[in-house]
Design a protein around this ligand. Structure first.
Ligand SMILES: CC(C)(COP(=O)(O)OP(=O)(O)OC[C@H]1O[C@@H](n2cnc3c(N)ncnc32)[C@H](O)[C@@H]1OP(=O)(O)O)[C@@H](O)C(=O)NCCC(=O)NCCS
Length: 152
């Protein structure tokens, strides 16, 4: 009889990081360098994958990044990440980047990304991870986005 693979809820990996954009983060148009947003995305994705797997992780690929709007100096940037789908040792992490107006609480999506993270054991080899499952409507939408992206 084959052993049942452990499963963990998507909520366990949910990660939220906030950043205040300073002038040194921006270019001559006073908008943020794309590389800084990529660094935010990579870090949030890594934390989400570590929370899901309980292992050290490495970035295998940044599968896609879409920049929807510019981010300016003084903006408050929120970076949210969830493990959306899992393989044997890899996790596809969905990352949503938005700008928040702290006065009103209004947010605008500025970037979205899918990042593949791989769990690594003490010897630096890929190691098996639990499968992920969603529950809420938002989580099911994220899983669908990840599957559509894979199949599209
Ligand atoms: C990612 C890495 C661990 C994969 O190692 P590997 O020996 O090729 O391992 P495998 O072929 O067994 O693949 C392991 C998993 O990674 C996935 N994978 C490997 N390369 C991938 C890629 N480029 N994109 C997406 N997934 C990838 C495989 O599909 C597999 O997933 P699964 O177990 O869920 O089916 C290895 O290539 C590595 O260490 N890369 C450098 C990572 C790094 O330093 N990142 C920071 C960059 S600055």
């Amino acid at each position: 009889m084959s052993e049942q693979k452990e499963t963990r809820p998507m909520s366990r990996s949910h990660t939220l990081q906030s950043h205040l954009v300073s002038p040194s983060d921006t270019n001559h148009l006073q908008t943020i360098f794309g590389g800084n947003v990529l660094a935010y995305i990579d870090e949030a994705a890594a934390i989400a994958a570590m929370r899901h797997s309980g292992e050290i992780v490495v970035t295998a690929s940044v599968d896609s990044v879409d920049f929807h709007e510019a981010v300016k100096s003084g903006d408050l940037v929120n970076v949210e990440a969830w493990v959306a789908t899992t393989g044997r040792t890899s996790m596809v992490v969905y990352v949503h980047v938005s700008v928040e107006n702290p006065a009103t609480g209004d947010t605008r999506t500025t970037a979205t990304s899918f990042v593949t993270m791989v769990a690594i054991d003490d010897e630096g080899k890929p190691t098996e991870i639990p499968a992920v499952f969603g529950g809420t409507e938002e989580e099911e939408q994220i899983i669908e986005l990840a599957h559509n992206r894979k199949n599209g």
